[in-house]
Design a protein around this ligand. Structure first.
Ligand code: F6R
Length: 594
């Protein structure tokens, strides 16, 4: 959700920023902009559209200098246009800002600033920030930024430059902002919303906490962190995050989505490489808690719902799932003996962070399952498990989802006192996923995609552990192919959705070798009797299936293997319909606004 970058170093800044922004494009891709500072002059270039469609050949002439900022936008206030693209400047062109997040009180601040004589060029909430800095300019750049952000309400990360200073200032409140540090002859500094922006240069990072400001001085090549509440020089550790540049590249695949689907050969195993003592002690926490909740959004939410079924079946435990955006409305019975398990790939989803913040106020203990080390969720949790899936760049979550499923299944087995049995099952599942993900399998699914890619509607049914995967299948297909897809519990069909079935309507039945198998097959029969075209995702073929996609029989790990063919189908439907699966319209990765 908007990507911001900043750079200070010995290399001409604009090409570095350009490449970094391309790597952050998954966060927002309706417009872009960048600016450099050279000899007390700003050089700005911005436009509507995707940064990856832009090409610049004469950077040093067009945008000279060794420090600058960039922004890739996901519009919140104001249509995608050149005027609304960041960076934004104050009236005199002395201060410049890029921003990710939402300024909730921008309307009242804008009216106040207008009354004070400021003029605005855009419809964005962001533009008030450089004007606010201008209001306090006489205090000096650092103090002016501090005063300006003191007036803002909402969640945001900003990077600001002043025409008359060699400092770059970043501030974080609720939206991610990370410092990358490369120790070459002289230190090079990067500021970014996410690590892949600078992974080509360094994997050594320092994290800003909320209400902190970072000041990077180009001349001294120094960095300092201030707490906005007045405490100067906060100490920071340099952390090596262990990711390599290649992990955030396409590595020969046409799209990140397909690359990440195929990585599930390894990522499920990596999710299992957890410290056994931590798993056992978390299982004890869950067993001793008075009420445990799952929370997450979108795909992570569907994983949580699957977790609810898995814990019920494997450990005989009731864990309640509530989507994060609703969690704060559902707090009345939380106590300091409640446990909240938050699941998030990015660890930066605003709704998830709000959910845990509301729970923390009641003394609830937070455990998280998160992919991005050092993310807000990772740092705000009492304990967090890293799922170790590596950078996930496609907007559609695939490998993170199956890693989360694997870890939740492992925790459920640990709660049942059967950690080793769970581990064996999941290792066997990982090895079967490795066998599944071969070119023949993909071709078989692509053939199906060719048959159905012109359909307008698609339905998915499942029961028990695979009901949440029916919901997840629908998200995957909708978001990348724009086919209207809906998932149902098999038993709900007769209560309404059957009316949607016409001759040839494609319906996917997610089947496992479990106690609900025959019921799902009966539901598939009911659809077929009304003309539906039945796609069976199942360990065994059945006469009701018009098209069968085989999956291995892996018992309670069936959600993992059943969602993978649907991910592949969603990918090929998107490509056949001319959609770019990595950049679905209207969406962006890492939703840092409410
Ligand atoms: C769908 C998808 C989204 C995310 C959701 C939560 O494919 O990716 O629904 O799952 O925005 O994101 P995280 O997991 O980063 O909290």
């Amino acid at each position: 959700m908007c990507g911001i970058v900043g750079y200070i170093g010995d290399t001409v800044a604009a090409p570095v920023i350009f490449e970094s922004l391309k790597r952050l494009e998954y966060r927002g891709y309706d417009s872009y902009g960048f600016a450099t500072l050279h000899n007390n002059e700003f050089f700005v270039k911005k436009d509507k559209g995707k940064i990856s469609d832009a090409s610049f050949e004469s950077f040093p002439e067009m945008l000279p200098g060794f420090m600058g900022v960039g922004h890739s936008r996901w519009a919140t206030h104001g249509i995608p246009s050149e005027e609304n693209s960041h960076p934004h400047l104050d009236c005199k062109g002395n201060f410049l800002v890029v921003h990710n997040g939402i300024i909730e009180n921008y309307q009242e601040l804008k009216s106040e600033l207008k009354r004070n004589g400021h003029t605005f060029k855009s419809d964005t909430d962001t533009e008030i920030i450089p004007h606010l800095i201008e209001e306090f300019a006489e205090l000096g750049f650092e103090e002016a930024v501090k005063e300006a952000v003191g007036r803002l309400k909402g969640r945001y990360a900003i990077v600001a430059l002043s025409r008359n200073s060699d400092k770059m200032i970043g501030v974080r409140r609720g939206s991610p902002l990370i410092v990358g540090i490369k120790d070459s002859d002289k230190r090079e500094y990067f500021l970014a919303s996410d690590i892949p922006a600078f992974l080509d240069h360094t994997n050594n990072v320092m994290y800003l906490d909320d209400d902190e400001m970072v000041i990077i001085d180009k001349n001294k090549r120094s960095i300092k962190f201030h707490n906005l509440e007045g405490k100067e020089d906060v100490e920071k550790r340099l952390i090596n995050i262990g990711w390599e540049a290649g992990q955030a590249e396409k590595n020969g695949f046409e799209h990140f989505m397909l690359k990440e689907i195929m990585e599930q050969k390894d990522t499920i195993m990596r999710a299992l490489s957890q410290d056994e003592k931590s798993i056992e002690s978390m299982a004890k926490e869950i067993n001793n808690a008075f009420g445990t909740f799952f929370t997450g959004c979108g795909t992570a939410g569907n994983v949580c719902l699957a977790g609810e079924y898995i814990f019920s079946k494997v450990a005989g435990k009731h864990i309640n799932f509530t989507v994060s955006s609703e969690f704060p409305n559902y707090h009345h019975f939380l106590t300091d003996r409640t446990l909240l398990i938050a699941v998030s790939q990015s660890g930066e989803t605003a709704d998830v962070l709000e959910a845990i913040e509301s729970a923390k106020k009641k003394g609830v203990k937070i455990i998280s399952l998160v992919n991005v080390m050092g993310s807000s969720l990772d740092r705000k949790s009492d304990y967090s498990f890293l799922i170790n899936a590596g950078p996930e760049k496609a907007v559609a979550s695939t490998k993170a989802a199956t890693s989360q499923l694997a870890l939740i299944t492992l925790l459920a087995y640990a709660c049942a006192g059967k950690l080793n049995e769970g581990k064996r099952l999941l290792i066997e599942t990982a090895s079967k996923v490795n066998d599944m993900l071969n070119p023949r399998y993909e071709k078989h699914i692509r053939r199906l995609a060719k048959k159905i890619h012109r359909k307008d509607n698609l339905y998915i049914i499942g029961r028990s552990l695979n009901y949440p995967m029916a919901l997840e299948s629908a998200i995957k297909i909708q978001e990348v192919s724009y086919i209207h897809a809906q998932g149902f519990a098999g038993g709900e069909l007769k209560h309404g959705p059957l009316a949607l079935i016409d001759k040839g309507t494609p319906c996917i039945a997610l089947v496992a070798e479990d106690e609900v198998k025959n019921d799902v097959i009966s539901n598939a029969m009911e659809i077929k009797s009304r003309g539906g075209y039945i796609i069976g995702v199942a360990p065994e073929n059945n006469e009701v299936f018009d098209y069968w996609i085989r999956v291995p029989d892996v018992g309670d790990a069936s959600p993992i293997v059943n969602i993978i063919p649907v991910q592949i189908l969603a990918y090929h439907l998107a490509v056949l319909r001319g959609c770019n699966p990595d950049y679905p319209k209207n969406l962006a990765k890492s939703v840092t606004v409410k």
